[in-house]
Structures are given as C-alpha cells and as structure tokens.
Design a protein around this ligand. Structure first.
Ligand code: HEM
Length: 333
C-alpha cells in the first residue's frame, strides 16, 4: 500500500497542478472572449480543427521567393533585385523602430538607447554588405540590364525619405542653399517640401526640367510624404532627444548613438552607395548617365549635399568636413 501511495501521489498531485493550471487558463480565456462578446467553445473547437503552423506559412516564404522578377535574362540582375529588396526590409525595420519610439508619450532614455542601437545595427549591416552591389556584379552585365530599368531608380525609395522625415526637423532636409532663409522665415512644410534636397538631384541640367524619375515619384508619394512630415512636427526622433535633454537625461552615450545614426544615414550609407555608382557608371571621359538621368556625380557625394540630421551635435569643424574624413580613411590608401 505504502509503495502504491509513494509511487502515485506525486503523479496525482502533478495532475492536480496541471488541472489547476488548465482551469486557470480556461477562466482567463473565457473572460477574454466574453469581454468581446465571443464564444470560447467555438474558438476551442477552431483549435481542434486548425492545422499546426509551419515555418513557410508563418513567414510567407513562397510569396517572398516569388517576388524576384528580372526584366532581362541577364544573370546578375537577380542580385540587383534581391539586394534592393533586402535594403527595403532593413528600411522597414528602421521605420518600425522609429515608429515605436515616436508613438510613445515620453520614452525614457534607456528605451530610446535600445532603439537607437537597433537602428544603428540595421544600418551597419547595410553598410557592411554594400559590396554585394559595388563589387558583386559583373560590370558588363550591369550596364546591359540597367537599360531595361530606365527610368526606375533607388531614388524613388519612399521608405528612405520616410526615415529622413521621421528622424529630424524638416528644415534639415531642405537644400542647403535655402536652409538658412527658410529657417529665418519659419517656412511651412509645404514650402520647404518644394526645396527638399532630393529635388535638386533630379533636375536635368541643360533644361532645368524635372526628370521623369522625379515626376513619377512626386505623383505617387508627394501628398503622402507631406502628410507624414506634418504629422511628425514636434514628434520626430530629434524631438524625443530634445525632450530628454531638457530634462537633463540625454547623457554622452545617447548623444553618441544619435551622432552614429546621423553618420550612418548621411555619410556611411551614401558613400557606400556612391561607390557603386562610381564603379559601374563612372569611367571618364565618358561617364554614363544614371538610370534616373540625374547629375549624380554632383548630387550623390555627402560633402556636396551636407545633409545632417543633428547639426547641434557636431562641431563647426566636423560640419565643415562632413563626409571628408571618412572618405580619406576608407577610399584613399
Ligand atoms: C549598382 C548599384 C547601384 C547604382 C549604380 C546606383 C545608382 C544610383 C544613382 C546614379 C542615383 C542617383 C539618382 C539616379 O539618377 O538614379 C541613385 C540614387 C539612389 N539610390 Fe541607388 N544605386 C545602386 C544601388 C542602390 C541600392 C541597393 C539602393 C537601396 C535601396 C539604392 C537606393 C538609392 C537611393 C535611396 C537613392 C537616392 C539617394 C539620394 O537622394 O541621396 N541604390 N542610385
């Protein structure tokens, strides 16, 4: 008898515990479903009939792998498409993180640091992998398939522009020749949008007309981007930083994370990207026109555009030399 007890009592008590746990969960589920007027039994029956989840369904693998549709039979075009898609997914992760921060009322400094570290990691990954573009395609092949893509260009990446709009005050995105005057007269978002830096890069030099690449982009995205910019007024990543700074909670580490982000988006990534354009398109004296038809040699290098999200985090000298020291370190040996 005592043998039976000593063998089964722990087992029975395990079942009892299990039942208690089960009852607890059923009660919680019942409360949850009742609150929304749903029938728990129907949901439990649904569970009985439902299939187990699979990896491929969960991440929609078949759909994902069906999205690479080259316009030519040229081998390297697939690399070009997939790397653009990878970049857009990292941009999406960046926006996902920025949205999380700016939607909170007053995120604390540790929360903001956590998000900034994530975002910087995404851009580090992009910068460190850009050689897949700048070196990883056969130039002859690139020069052929690009002709089938005119006038499409990464210039038309709306997510890239959204990252910029959510990261800083819109005045920092205005063409540098108009920034000061627009700041003085406190221009509206609509006015500033007319002088946003990227328009300058998409003007045909000889005629002064907008390229088709820009016209297509404006038709599809201008309204949405202006709406976004208006909705972000006073709520950008920079506003979140300033709020913490006013409360004396922006320490050196946070400042460094914002500087890192500024350099990542406005120096490191643009320079890696520029390297690709230079590798494939620039062979003087007959430099090739870009697919978007822009004056890219004057437009793409960060030292010409002087796009800086957070000017007050840099010294005058650093601003003066924006993009130069990194070029020296990485391009000139
Ligand atoms: C071989 C690879 C690449 C070349 C040769 C190249 C070339 C260019 C050129 C010449 C421009 C200026 C606009 C134009 O005339 O089209 C441009 C703009 C741009 N491209 Fe690329 N690109 C490459 C890869 C990428 C990738 C992988 C992305 C990722 C999404 C990308 C995103 C952009 C963006 C966001 C702009 C606008 C930059 C700005 O406004 O400062 N590009 N690209």
């Amino acid at each position: 008898m005592s043998f039976i007890l000593s063998t089964f009592v722990p087992y029975l008590s395990h079942i009892m515990e299990f039942n208690e746990e089960l009852v607890d969960r059923i009660e919680k589920l019942s409360t949850k479903y009742k609150a929304s007027g749903q029938d728990l039994i129907a949901f439990l029956d649904g569970l009985l009939y439902a299939d187990y989840l699979t990896y491929w369904d969960y991440i929609h693998l078949d759909t994902l792998l069906s999205l690479q549709k080259p316009r030519t039979p040229i081998h390297d075009e697939t690399i070009f498409i997939i790397y653009h898609q990878i970049t857009e997914l990292y941009f999406k992760l960046t926006l996902h993180e920025i949205n999380y921060i700016v939607r909170q009322k007053n995120p604390d400094s540790s929360e903001l640091k956590k998000s900034m570290k994530r975002i910087n990691r995404y851009f580090d990954a992009l910068c460190h992998s850009f050689a897949i573009m700048s070196e990883g395609m056969d130039r002859e092949q690139f020069l052929k398939f690009r002709l089938a893509l005119i006038p499409a260009s990464g210039f038309q990446s709306a997510q890239y522009r959204k990252i910029e709009i959510c990261s800083t005050w819109f005045i920092c995105l205005v063409d540098k020749d108009f920034r000061d005057s627009m700041e003085v007269r406190k221009a509206s978002i609509e006015e500033m949008f007319e002088y946003v830096y990227w328009k300058k890069g998409a003007i045909i030099e000889e005629t002064g007309e907008k390229t088709l690449t820009l016209r297509q982009f404006e038709e599809k995205y201008s309204d949405e981007l202006i709406r976004l910019a208006r909705s972000m007024e006073g709520k950008t990543l920079w506003d979140v930083y300033l709020h913490l700074e006013n409360e004396g909670k922006a320490d050196e580490e946070l400042k460094e994370l914002f500087r890192e982000f500024d350099e990542n988006v406005n120096v490191h990534w643009p320079l890696q990207h520029h390297k690709s354009a230079a590798n494939y398109l620039a062979r003087r004296p007959t430099d090739l026109a870009a697919t978007g038809g822009t004056n890219w040699q004057k437009y793409l290098p960060p030292r010409f555009q002087k796009r800086i999200f957070y000017p007050s985090l840099w010294t005058e000298e650093e601003i003066e030399n924006w993009g130069k020291s990194w070029v020296k370190k990485n391009f000139i040996h």
